[in-house]
Ligand binder design. Structure first.
Ligand code: CTP
Ligand code: ZN
Length: 159
């Protein structure tokens, strides 16, 4: 883009998570288990202008690729995010995160008496995706709704 000032420099190899809803980059890092002490080179950009979103966050992680499960978790709290894989300074792959119609195993039902929470019952939690942005899920076993606050608490803890 012409005349667009770079806030943080381009990376040589790694992953850029772009178009994160403004303010959610720290939650994304929590989901990835990145707290700083593991020594990865990470750049966080918060609340910058975006044509599509108004404001957005960006996370650049050098020398790190994301697993499918990590991307699915990010989709739950940042459904607009795009994942850019960078190799030798070039974007070699770009895709938008996407949530399947059913979420299996990523989060737990918040109803303590749900069959998926019985300690001796080998039943994986499964949720139907009711809406994506903001996220709303429904447990297929007990019908309990799971909203954004429940999801963020489970995936990122108290930020
Ligand atoms: N990026 C980076 N290092 C690189 C290449 C790209 O940090 N070596 C970052 C860019 O700063 C941008 C994102 O990766 O935040 C995607 O890059 P690019 O596709 O070149 O930008 P846009 O065309 O603006 O992306 P989009 O169309 O997805 O908005
Ligand atoms: Zn349930």
């Amino acid at each position: 883009m012409v005349n667009k000032e770079l806030r943080v420099r381009k990376i040589r190899n790694g992953t850029v998570i772009d178009h994160i809803p403004a303010g959610r980059s720290l939650a994304v890092l929590r989901i990835l288990g990145i707290r700083g002490m593991e020594g990865l080179v990470v750049a966080i950009v918060m609340n910058v202008e975006s044509k599509k979103l108004g404001k957005k966050d960006i996370v650049k992680i050098e020398e790190r690729i994301l697993s499918r499960e990590e991307v699915d978790k990010i989709a739950l709290i940042a459904p607009t995010a795009t994942i850019n894989i960078i190799k030798d300074y070039k974007v070699v792959k770009k895709y938008r995160v996407s949530l399947p119609d059913e979420i299996i195993g990523l989060i737990k039902c918040i109803n303590p008496t749900c069959i998926s929470n019985k300690p001796n019952e080998p039943i994986r939690p499964i949720f139907t995706v009711i809406s994506r942005n903001p996220p709303k899920l429904q447990c297929i076993y007990c019908g309990t709704y799971i909203n954004y606050d429940d999801i963020i608490l489970q995936l990122a803890g108290n930020l």
